[in-house]
Design a binder for this molecule. Structure first.
Ligand code: MLC
Ligand code: AMP
Length: 503
């Protein structure tokens, strides 16, 4: 087929003066602006010596410039590699060494520290990009011509790498191809009936699948527009909602909106669609939202490695507590987690996925990639079942993973950081119910000396090691961890004991 950008551009509105994105109090970009600025970034990348297949790593605050750089990378055939802004220096050092980007783009405020890391990792170029158009990269791009002939790309050429943590603690770069991304956003655009009359309220981060590929690519596929907010701020969202027709969010967005009395049926009477994903949306929130607004939130299920897999229907029943039906072109099966045998309808097992949406593998980790596929199906690590009507429900996880406010946290990584501390003999990290974030991270620690109980010393020592969202919100000291006969920590027991901690 073609470069993802070219496929998107073929569906841009004929009238290029139409708005692509507006940020209240800041920039508005038309589709003509988008073509020109993404072309300027593509020309700049070429001038900087970035060649097709090179990685461009980007850790900058959310901005429309960052989106233009994403599109510029697609056009130039470079691999866009966005990084969570919460990552610490230690975490970044790993990504730099692993991905070996040709260019690292960072927040101007971090430039000095990043240059040191880049030197150590052999990353040849560091440029900066701030949240309001400042920084060396936007400045240099502004001098470049806007015309750029988008490079050809094959379906299997890699468009982006997104790092996802692993159960063993080492992050893996998921390689997503032009074909993966193009097929998924086209499917979603049709499935969710996006048209050029839509305005999406965009309050998600753009370094993850949800805000970057689902939200942005769907808007571009429809030639629609978006209201682009720097993040989820409830005041800004309430103010922007009356201009929007659709919204995508993690469950925390909807939990927070429901807390506001000003979030009423009237405020959203013109809205067409609310979509939720990245973490389980409780049936209670689904019902409370419907009662308040008259809207049934449409829940869908996806992963970094697979883009979107299932969705509740646009027409028809959006069943609370389910993630809906497989998307067109996507096959889902339920397998026995141990043997891999495909299970009969209705039985609980691990969800496996096949389709044009499924990624091309982990960057430089062929064995890991192979281990996560079974007969062409990607093994999600999520546990679920399919009902008689074909709806998929997720009931748990075979992988030891915590999802907090839509961010994934692998306990193994946090346990490793805890166990390295001299005050800690051993630790176990679990997720327990949290009213705002879905799950909250708790560190259960057996101290090295029996009378040690200084939780602030423990959390303080993690501050530079782990991104803030991964750090335990509570440290609980115990004399010993509950273990089974094999010596394995019984996390279910800990989760039960700590279930009320955040309530
Ligand atoms: C921020 N903090 C978090 C957090 N987000 N801690 C745990 N979990 C999170 N998700 C930290 C902050 O640094 C802060 O630290 C403290 O928690 C409280 O912050 P807050 O002000 O309440 O948080 P806020 O900035 O409002 O952010 C919450 C949020 C945000 C829910 C709006 O996390 C968010 O936008 N989440 C979306 C994530 C997402 O897009 N996931 C998609 C992944 S793709 P301190 O120091 O002040 O205590 C994927 C595939 C798919 O999963 O299917 O979509
Ligand atoms: P990530 O690695 O950030 O892509 O996270 C993917 C994981 O998020 C999936 O494997 C699921 O565990 C979870 N997830 C995504 N959408 C949903 C959903 N609608 N309901 C429950 N879990 C979800």
């Amino acid at each position: 087929m073609a470069n993802l950008y070219a496929q998107l551009a073929s569906r841009f509105p004929r009238d290029r003066s139409r708005t692509f994105a507006s940020s209240p109090g800041a920039t508005t970009l038309s589709y003509a602006d988008l073509e020109r600025i993404s072309g300027q970034y593509a020309n700049l990348l070429v001038d900087l010596g970035v060649t097709p297949g090179d990685r461009v790593a980007v850790q900058v605050p959310k901005s429309l410039d960052m989106l233009m750089l994403y599109l510029g990378c697609l056009r130039a055939g470079a691999i866009f590699l966005p990084l969570n802004t919460a990552y610490t220096a230690g975490e970044l050092a790993y990504f730099m060494a692993d991905a070996q980007p040709a260019l690292f783009v960072c927040d101007p405020a971090q430039a000095d520290a990043i240059r040191v890391l880049a030197d150590e990792a052999g990353v040849p170029k560091v440029e900066t990009m701030g949240s309001r158009g400042e920084g060396s990269l936007p400045l240099a791009a502004a001098d470049r011509p806007g015309g750029f002939e988008t490079r050809n790309a094959d379906d299997d050429d890699i468009a982006a790498i997104l790092y996802t943590s692993g159960t063993t603690g080492r992050s893996k770069g998921a390689m997503l191809s032009h074909g993966n991304l193009a097929s998924n956003c086209q499917t979603l655009c049709e499935h969710w009936r996006f048209t050029d009359g839509d305005t999406l309220l965009h309050a998600l981060p753009i370094f993850h699948t949800h805000g970057l590929f689902v939200a942005t690519n769907v808007v571009l596929s429809a030639g629609a527009q978006m209201i682009f907010l720097p993040g989820f701020d409830v005041e800004q969202v309430l103010a922007a909602l009356p201009q929007a027709t659709t919204m995508m969010g993690v469950p925390t967005f909807y939990i927070r909106l429901l807390k506001e009395e000003r979030f009423t049926r009237d405020l959203v009477s013109h809205m067409r669609l609310f979509i939720s994903g990245s973490a389980p949306l409780s049936a209670d929130i689904h019902r409370a939202f419907r009662e308040r607004t008259g809207h049934a939130i449409l829940e869908r299920y996806g992963m970094t490695e697979t883009n979107m897999n299932t969705s509740n229907p646009y027409d028809g029943d959006r069943l609370p507590g389910t993630v809906g039906l497989p998307l067109p072109g996507v096959t889902i099966r339920i397998a026995d987690p141990e043997t891999g045998a495909v299970l009969p309808q209705g039985e609980i097992g691990v969800i496996e996925i096949r389709g044009p949406n499924v990624f091309k593998g982990y960057w430089k980790m062929p064995e890991k990639t192979e281990a996560e596929f079974r007969n062409g199906f990607f093994i999600s690590g999520d546990l679920g079942f399919i009902d008689a009507a074909g709806y998929v429900s997720i009931v748990g996880r075979a992988k030891d993973l915590i999802i907090s406010g839509g961010y994934n946290i692998y306990p193994a990584e946090v346990e490793t950081a805890l166990d390295e501390l001299p005050q800690v003999r051993e630790s176990a990290v679990v997720g327990v119910p949290h009213p705002d974030m879905g799950e909250g991270v708790v560190g259960v620690v057996v101290p090295a000396s029996a009378d040690f109980a200084d939780s602030a010393a423990i959390t303080g020592a993690l501050a530079d090691k782990l991104a803030r969202f991964k750090q335990p919100r509570h440290i609980v000291f115990v004399e010993e961890l509950p273990k089974n006969g094999m010596g394995k920590v019984q996390k279910t027991v800990l989760r039960e004991q700590l279930a009320q901690l955040f309530q």
